[in-house]
Design a protein around this ligand. Sequence first.
Ligand code: URA
Length: 230
Amino acid sequence: MIRLDKLLARSGFGTRKEVKKLIRRSEVLVNGQIVTKDDIKVSSDDKIIVQGIEIEYQDKIYLMLNKPDGYVCANSDDVNATVMDLLDFVRDDIFCVGRLDKDTHGLCLISNDGALSHQLLSNKKHVEKEYYVKIAHKLSDEDIIALEGGITIDNDEVCKEAKVKVISDQEIYLIITEGKYHQIKRMLKAVDNEVLYLKRIRMKNLILDHDLKEGQYRYLTDEEIEDLKA
Ligand code: URA
């Protein structure tokens, strides 16, 4: 159960104060009855209509977005567009589960499930994140051994072991289990290389849907959510 005014605010009908005004103007109906109090509690089973439009409220939200270049993983930003601008709804309780850099593409998981987020991001859980990486130069065998063995970046930060799968001279898949700041870029820099293009394609067993064009998103299936939580 959730307070109606909180639910409406989360659903994009303005601040709690603005929502209270809607209620006072008799513009909100719950199960066919005009609402007169803003502190009533509702559940997902209740039929809520605001200004003639039925709203669908989901308590827990899980969606995958194919992030394009140029968007920051943040709820708001004074300068840049954010991944939240790509959603066709507004909620104040959702966040990116693990941030990608502004110029990184691919799988961005958006949710309001703090427990799942902790589970996926905690360094202790060793959850795999897989990236497709275009690089400036061919990796040598020594580079691969260094990257896989736990490379030291910026002279003092030691990364956990990683996996490198070579696709071609200038393309690799890189699997890491942590999320240090600019980690992949700094790992490649540590072997005198450079990332030209970076795309996250998997988190744990959640694979970026090939049908999603950049900027598009979809809700996770129940099975995908269960697999992520397992
Ligand atoms: N590593 C990076 O360098 N950037 C990202 O966005 C993700 C991982």
